[in-house]
Design a protein around this ligand. Structure first.
Ligand code: ADP
Ligand code: MG
Length: 777
C-alpha cells in the first residue's frame, strides 16, 4: 500500500509540474486567461465544495459558459493537488460523437497536451485514450456499452452526464441505470449538466440533489421575424418560391394530393396563429407575401436571399444557419455553391456542421477566417447547445428540427421536420451574441413563434422504443416494463407493449421476453434492428455488397434529386436504375455506377449528370465502410471481398434479404384493370411516395411490397419499397430461428387469412420447419 501511495504521489507531482510549466508558456497563459474569463470559473470553488459533499450534483448554465470544457478540468486539478490525483477517472458523456471529439481536442489543447494523454475520447469505432487518461469524453452509447461489461464502473470516480436538457433517450436510460448503481458505489460522484434551467425535474429524481446555477452573459441580440425580414429586404414570397426547393417539392405535392385532412395539430396551430395575427403595420407587399408563406417549406430561396444580403450589406461576422438535418444542409449547400457571390471561395467560407462530418471540417468551424472572408456555417441543432462557435454574429433559424415523433396508437413514426420549442428558438438566437451584439433572423412569423411549445417532449416519450428495449435486456435489467416505470419520465404502456411485440415479431425476443440469439447480435450492432437483421443475413448469405448499400442508403436520405425545372430529365436519369420494381435495388445500381465513375475521378460529374446527390453518395460510402467493419468486429464476416460477395449478383436473394430485414413492413398489391392499389392490414389503403420507382408502374408482377417506413401525413405513405414474391415472404418474413415458427405463423397467419388462401399456411409451416433445421442464427 505504501509503495502504491508513493507512486501515486509521484505521478500527481509530475502532473502538477507539467501543468505549471505549460501555464508559464505564452500559449498556456493565454489558455489559462481564456478559461478564467468564462463564467464557470467564478463558480469553481462553490462547485467543488458541493461536489465533494454530495453524490449527485446538477449544474446548469448558459451554453458557452464553460461547463463541458472547464468543469472536468476543475475536478482533475483539485484531485491532482490532493495526494490521490493519479487515481481519478472522470467520464464525461456527450449525446453526439462530434461533440465528444471536438471537446476532447479542445480540452487537451487547453492543457497543452496531445489528445490521448490525460484527456481522451471514445466514440463508436474511434477513440484516443491511454492508460494515463483521466478525463474521457465519450458518447452516451459508449458508457452504456461499458456498463454491459462492467456493471459497477470499477475505477471510475466521476461520471458527468452532459446536455441532459436535451432529454435524449440514451441519456434518460443512462440516468435510470446510474440511479440504481449509486447505492452500490457510495464514493462515485454523478454530475449532471444542462444548458437550460429546468433542473428541478432532475433534482427531484435524485432525492433533492443540489442545483448550481452559473450566471451567463450574452450581448444584446436583435430579433427579426419573417414579416420584418420581408419588410426590411423587400423580398417577395410567391407560391413558386416555396416549391422551388429540391426536397420540399415532394412534400408540397403530397399536400396537394390529399388536402382534405389537417396535417397535424401543430400545423393547424400555426394556421390558426397566422389567421389571428394582425399585420396591419406592414406594407401591402409584405402582407401578400405572408399569405404565400408555406409552413412546410424550409424556404431555401429566402435563406439564399438573406445570406446574400448579409454578405453585401452587413458588418463582418460569421453566419450560423440552423437547418433541419443533413439532407437539407447538403441540398442548400449545393444550391449556394452555384451562387455567384455565396459560392465564391474567395468571398465566402461555406461550411457544414452536422453529426457525420470529418474532423478536419470540424476544426475549420471554430477558426476565424482570413480577413474579408465571410464564414457561413450550415448546422443542425448540434450547434444549438453542444458546440459553441464564438465569432457568430448572425443567426438564421428555420424554426424546425427533424426528430422522430411517435404515435403509440397506430405505431407509425413521423419523420417530418417539426417545429422546435421556444427554449430551442431562444438557444439558437443566443448563439449570435457571444462576442458582440448580434442579429437573429427567424424564418417564420412572430405569431408562429408564440404558438411554439415551451419545452420539447423527452425522446423516450415520443419515439419507438425497440432499441431501448433491446438494451434493457442486454444489460439484464429485468422486466422491460418494470424498468421503464422507474425512468425519469415513463413512456406510455402501449408504446412499451408495441415495442416488445415488434421485437417478438422480428425474432429478437422470445415468448418470455428473453433475448434470442438474433436479439443478442442486434444489441451489439448499434443501429436500428431492421438494418442489423439485413446485414446479418447479407453476411450469412454472402451477398454483402448490395446489402451494405441498402442499409447505408436507408440512413442517408434523398439520393435522387428532382429539381422542379428539370423534372423530366431527372426522371429519365432515374429510370435507368429502376428496372427491378425496387427502390432499394435502384439505389444499389445507382451506387455501383457512381462507384465505377468514381474510380476514374468522375464521381461528381456522374452525380451531376444523373441527378444524384454527391453528398449522399459520399455518406453512403462512409456508412458502408462503418457497417462492414462492425460486421468484421463481431465475426460475421472475415472481410474477404470475394467470398462475402459470392451471391451478390443474385437479385432474388437480395430481395429476400431485404424482406427479412424490413418485415413486418409489408403490404399486398391488388391489381385492378388499369393500375394497382396497396393495402396493409393495419391501415387499409396506403399510397406510395411519388418518387418511388414503383409509383411509376402500372403493374407490379409480384404480390407484395416490402417497405422500410410508413409515414402518416394525410394518408399513410410508404417510403422506399421492394416487390417480393410469396415464397420470399413465407421463408424470410419474420425471424429465422428455431422454435418460434408457431408464434411467427400466428402473425403471418393473420396476413395470409387477410389476403390469401389459408391453405398456404400449412405449406408454409412444413417448409419453415425444414428451413429452421438448416439455419440457426
Ligand atoms: P458549455 O459546455 O457551457 O456550453 P464549453 O465548455 O463548450 O461551454 O465552451 C466554453 C468556451 O470555450 C466557449 O466560449 C467556446 O466557444 C470555447 N470553445 C469550446 N470548444 C472550442 C474549440 N474547439 N475551439 C475554440 N473554442 C472553443
Ligand atoms: Mg457543453
Amino acid at each position: 500500500k505504501v509503495v502504491v501511495e508513493k507512486i501515486l504521489r509521484r505521478r500527481s507531482l509530475e502532473m502538477l509540474d507539467q501543468q505549471q510549466t505549460w501555464q508559464e508558456s505564452p500559449e498556456g497563459r493565454r489558455m489559462l486567461e481564456f478559461g478564467r474569463s468564462l463564467p464557470a470559473y467564478k463558480e469553481k470553488e462553490a462547485m467543488l465544495t458541493v461536489i465533494s459533499k454530495n453524490q449527485v450534483v446538477i449544474i446548469s448554465g448558459e451554453t458557452g459558459c464553460g461547463k463541458t470544457t472547464q468543469i472536468p478540468q476543475f475536478i482533475l486539478e483539485t484531485e491532482i493537488e490532493s495526494i490521490c490525483g493519479a487515481v481519478c477517472k472522470i467520464i464525461c458523456t456527450q449525446p453526439r460523437r462530434i461533440s465528444a471529439m471536438s471537446v476532447s481536442e479542445r480540452v487537451a489543447l487547453e492543457r497543452g497536451e496531445k489528445l490521448g494523454e490525460s484527456v481522451g475520447y471514445k466514440v463508436r469505432l474511434e477513440g484516443m485514450k491511454g492508460k494515463d487518461t483521466h478525463i474521457l469524453f465519450c458518447t452516451t452509447g459508449i458508457l452504456l456499452r461499458r456498463l454491459l461489461a462492467d456493471r459497477n464502473l470499477k475505477g471510475v470516480t466521476h461520471v458527468i452526464v452532459d446536455e441532459i436538457h436535451e432529454r435524449g433517450m440514451n441519456e434518460d436510460f443512462l440516468l435510470t441505470v446510474l440511479k440504481d448503481l449509486l447505492p452500490h458505489r457510495p464514493e462515485l460522484r454523478l454530475i449532471l449538466m444542462s444548458a437550460t434551467l429546468d433542473a428541478e425535474l432532475f433534482s427531484s429524481y435524485f432525492d433533492a440533489a443540489p442545483i448550481i446555477k452559473i450566471p451567463g452573459f450574452t450581448y444584446p441580440i436583435k430579433s427579426h421575424f419573417l414579416e420584418d425580414i420581408l419588410e426590411m429586404t423587400g423580398y417577395r414570397l410567391t407560391p413558386y418560391n416555396q416549391i422551388d426547393d429540391y426536397g420540399q417539392e415532394r412534400l408540397w405535392k403530397m399536400s396537394k394530393q390529399a388536402p382534405r385532412k389537417r396535417k397535424s395539430q401543430i400545423v393547424s396551430a400555426v394556421e390558426d396563429a397566422l389567421r389571428a395575427a394582425d399585420f396591419k403595420n406592414y406594407s401591402q407587399q409584405t402582407r401578400e407575401s405572408l399569405l404565400c408563406w408555406n409552413p412546410d417549406s424550409i424556404g431555401f430561396n429566402l435563406i439564399e436571399h438573406i445570406l446574400y444580403n448579409i454578405c453585401e450589406n452587413e458588418r463582418p461576422g460569421a453566419v450560423l444557419v440552423f437547418m433541419t438535418g443533413w439532407d437539407d444542409i447538403s441540398s442548400l449547400k449545393d444550391k449556394l455553391l452555384i451562387h455567384p457571390i455565396l459560392g465564391d471561395p474567395n468571398q465566402v467560407l461555406l461550411l457544414a456542421c452536422h453529426g457525420s462530418m470529418a474532423s478536419s471540417e470540424q476544426r475549420l468551424i471554430f477558426e476565424e477566417p482570413e480577413d474579408g472572408l465571410r464564414k457561413i456555417v450550415l448546422a443542425t441543432n448540434i450547434a444549438e447547445t453542444s458546440i459553441t462557435i464564438n465569432d457568430v454574429v448572425f443567426v438564421l433559424d428555420c424554426g424546425k428540427a427533424k426528430e422522430t415523433s411517435y404515435d403509440a396508437l397506430n405505431n407509425t413514426p413521423c419523420l417530418l421536420p417539426s417545429w422546435i420549442s421556444k427554449v430551442s428558438a431562444l438557444q439558437r438566437r443566443g448563439r449570435a451574441g457571444r462576442t458582440q451584439p448580434g442579429e437573429c433572423y427567424h424564418l417564420y412569423p412572430r405569431c408562429v413563434y408564440n404558438a411554439f411549445v415551451e419545452y420539447q417532449l423527452a425522446e423516450i416519450l415520443r419515439t419507438p422504443l425497440q432499441s431501448l428495449c433491446l438494451q434493457i435486456k442486454s444489460l439484464k435489467l429485468g422486466s422491460i416494463s418494470e424498468f421503464l416505470s422507474r425512468a425519469l419520465q415513463s413512456p406510455e404502456l402501449l408504446a412499451v407493449q408495441n415495442a416488445i411485440e415488434h421485437l417478438k415479431i422480428i425474432g429478437a425476443l422470445d415468448e418470455i421476453e428473453d433475448l434470442t440469439i438474433l436479439g443478442r447480435y442486434l444489441t451489439i450492432l448499434p443501429m436500428e434492428p431492421k438494418l442489423g437483421k439485413m446485414l446479418i443475413l447479407g453476411a450469412i448469405f454472402n451477398c454483402l455488397d448490395p446489402i451494405l448499400t441498402v442499409a447505408a442508403g436507408l440512413s442517408a436520405r434523398d439520393l435522387f434529386l428532382t429539381p422542379m425545372d428539370k423534372k423530366d430529365l431527372a426522371e429519365a436519369a432515374k429510370s435507368q436504375f429502376s428496372r427491378d420494381y425496387s427502390d432499394h435495388l435502384a439505389l444499389v445500381r445507382a451506387y455501383e455506377s457512381w462507384k465505377a465513375a468514381e474510380i476514374d475521378l468522375a464521381g461528381y460529374e456522374y452525380c451531376w449528370k444523373n441527378f444524384l446527390s454527391a453528398q449522399s453518395m459520399k455518406a453512403i460510402d462512409a456508412l458502408r465502410r462503418e457497417f462492414f467493419s462492425l460486421l468484421k468486429d463481431i465475426g460475421l464476416t472475415d472481410g474477404n471481398a470475394t467470398t462475402c460477395n459470392a451471391w451478390s449478383h443474385d437479385v432474388h436473394l437480395i430481395r429476400a434479404v431485404i424482406c427479412y430485414g424490413l418485415y413486418p413492413g409489408i403490404c399486398s398489391v391488388v391489381h385492378n384493370e388499369k393500375s394497382f392499389s396497396l393495402k396493409t392490414m393495419e391501415d387499409g389503403q396506403v399510397l406510395l411516395y411519388l418518387n418511388s420507382v414503383n409509383a411509376r408502374e402500372t403493374k407490379i408482377p409480384y404480390p407484395w411490397l416490402i417497405f422500410n417506413e410508413k409515414i402518416k401525413v394525410n394518408s399513410v405513405f410508404l417510403r422506399d419499397s421492394t416487390a417480393v414474391s410469396d415464397s420470399m415472404v413465407l421463408l424470410f418474413g419474420g425471424s429465422i430461428s428455431k422454435g418460434d415458427a408457431d408464434g411467427h405463423l400466428k402473425m403471418l397467419g393473420g396476413y395470409l387469412e387477410f389476403f390469401m388462401k389459408p391453405a398456404v399456411a400449412n405449406m408454409y409451416l412444413t417448409i419453415r420447419r425444414e428451413l429452421d433445421k438448416l439455419i440457426q442464427i
